[in-house]
Ligand binder design. Structure first.
Ligand code: SF4
Length: 123
């Protein structure tokens, strides 16, 4: 494996420590600059399995608005964001919708559901 050399700004708390991760063995990386254990865990996850919450909108039919705000109910692998967006962009939802309603179940086999983040009445 190639040598890893990354600087990561920790977003776990407002302190925003700059954490340096380096090494060529993913099992034994050197992590410096973090003020606490949470920052080390965050930096390691960013290197080995970065994940994000997908927050976007889908096409809404017969609703008060034309777009429905949605998000994943858990974080998904960062590499899955764009493939998931392709599915979301092809999705149309029929109003009414309740907040928390599952719009797409287990998107791309990630284990995450796309859920509505607000209710929308039918017009
Ligand atoms: S390393 Fe710890 S103190 Fe620093 S930003 Fe992350 S959580 Fe906050």
């Amino acid at each position: 494996m190639n040598e890893i050399q990354r600087e990561i700004i920790c977003i776990v708390c407002p302190t925003g420590c700059r954490i340096n991760v380096s090494g060529d063995d993913p099992q034994a990386l050197s992590i410096t600059g973090s003020e606490c254990k949470r920052g080390k865990e965050y930096a390691l996850k960013e290197i080995t399995d970065p994940r994000r919450t997908l927050i976007t909108t889908v096409q809404l039919n017969h609703g008060r608005l034309r777009r429905l705000p949605v998000r994943t109910n858990v974080e998904i692998p960062k590499r899955s964001i764009f493939p998931c967006m392709e599915i979301v962009n092809r999705t149309e939802v029929e109003a009414p919708v309740e907040v928390g309603q599952v719009i797409i179940s287990d998107i791309l086999g990630t284990g995450a559901d796309i859920v509505a983040t607000r209710s929308m009445t039918r017009v």
